[in-house]
Design a protein around this ligand. Structure first.
Ligand code: SF4
Length: 71
């Protein structure tokens, strides 16, 4: 289970089209596809697009953070 990558805060790094069982649709997503992009736990829509080099974001769901992986 070491294939996941985490940022410096220990948050799971996700791609736009990734999805997990904790998906919850974001209220601001018009078309809530089951992807991290439209999940309320990701930062895709909160970030300035110019600040992101690629289509990656982080997952804010605590159950996916690095610390809870090591429980
Ligand atoms: S943003 Fe996080 S909780 Fe939401 S689907 Fe992606 S990995 Fe799962």
């Amino acid at each position: 289970m070491d294939k996941h990558r985490y940022d410096e805060m220990g948050l799971l790094i996700v791609k736009e089209d990734f999805c997990c069982e904790h998906f919850e649709p974001d209220a601001g997503a018009l078309v809530p596809m089951k992807e991290c992009w439209s999940c309320k736990w990701s930062n895709f829509r909160a970030e300035d697009k110019n600040a992101t080099s690629e289509s990656y974001s982080v997952c804010n769901y605590v159950g996916n953070a690095k610390e809870s992986v090591n429980r």
